[in-house]
Design a protein around this ligand. Structure first.
Ligand code: ADP
Ligand code: MG
Length: 264
């Protein structure tokens, strides 16, 4: 479990990006950080792997304060996926995916075999292994980004708007495959998006941020949509569209009482 305890990040120019954040991200599940642009989502995520250090407060992973760890060691246990995949343009797909295994000094054959397996797992034809990133579509590049983050089998994954830059149809298939992959792998995932529909589809829990880096609500998708906090969260969800979203996005085994009540 990843735990934020009173975490504030104030940048040098005085901007408070994250304001006294208390948040528990449970192991083996997908926790989504959602909110409008500039509300501190990326800053929160990057504090987990120490790309950014908090101004105050502490972050622990399974009870260990991350400040006590060497940042390079810490990051070996944390996969990181970003919006435009961030692939190395002059390395082939297979070498991109094997980046961390190479850094860890794995035998080249083993690193490449792992990379090939991962290509299959994320739905990429292994015939593409020798191509360069520019020879792939945006959606395929994002799959490579996910495979690269998974290569050393880290327990934790940080994903910053990984599917935001692709068209809606590709996004849907990336989301669906990501959910399938996660049901096998059960990583601890912190997933950032500005899209509430994506949050509801992917998250076991959703943290809604508002500008100023304030956590407005932290709840399961069902709780969030049935009982959004007054004010900002209600506006962000777009009023009564919330419950409809839940019905579209989730195949609920049982209809929650709240949904029934809302329909009466
Ligand atoms: P989000 O990912 O939710 O869009 P960010 O975490 O990137 O938000 O940014 C939160 C706030 O911090 C914004 O107001 C942004 O302009 C500001 N910010 C981000 N990085 C820096 C920086 N290096 N220096 C100063 N302000 C920053
Ligand atoms: Mg961001």
């Amino acid at each position: 479990m990843i735990k934020f305890d009173g975490v504030t990040k104030r940048y040098a120019d005085g901007t408070v990006a994250v304001d006294d954040l208390n948040l528990e991200i449970p192991s083996g599940q997908i926790t989504v950080l959602v909110g409008p642009s500039g509300c501190g989502k990326t800053t929160s995520l990057r504090m987990i792997n120490r790309m950014i250090d908090p101004t105050s407060g502490s972050i622990t992973i399974d009870g260990d304060d991350i400040r006590a760890k060497d940042p390079a060691d810490l990051r070996r246990g944390i996969g990181y996926v970003i919006q435009h995949a961030g692939l190395f343009p002059h390395r082939t797909i297979i070498d991109n995916i094997a980046t961390v295994p190479y850094l860890l000094g794995w035998d080249k054959k083993k690193a490449r075999a792992t990379a090939m397996e991962l290509m299959e797992r994320v739905g990429l034809d292994t015939k593409m292994a020798k191509r360069y990133p520019f020879q792939l579509s945006g959606g395929q590049q994002q799959r490579v980004g996910v495979a690269r983050a998974l290569a050393a089998d880290p327990p934790v994954m940080l994903m910053d708007e990984p599917f935001s830059a692709v068209d809606p149809i590709v996004r849907k298939s990336l989301q669906d495959e990501f959910l399938r992959l996660q049901s096998d792998l059960q990583k601890t995932i912190a997933f950032v998006t500005h899209d509430i529909d994506e949050a509801v589809k992917l998250g076991h829990r959703i943290a809604v941020f508002q500008v100023g880096g304030v956590l407005a609500q932290y709840a399961t998708p069902e709780e969030l949509l049935a009982h959004p906090a007054e004010g900002f969260v209600t506006d962000f969800l777009g009023g009564d569209k919330g419950l409809k979203r839940l019905r579209f996005n989730r195949e609920l085994e049982e209809t929650p009482d709240e949904v029934e009540a809302a329909e009466r």
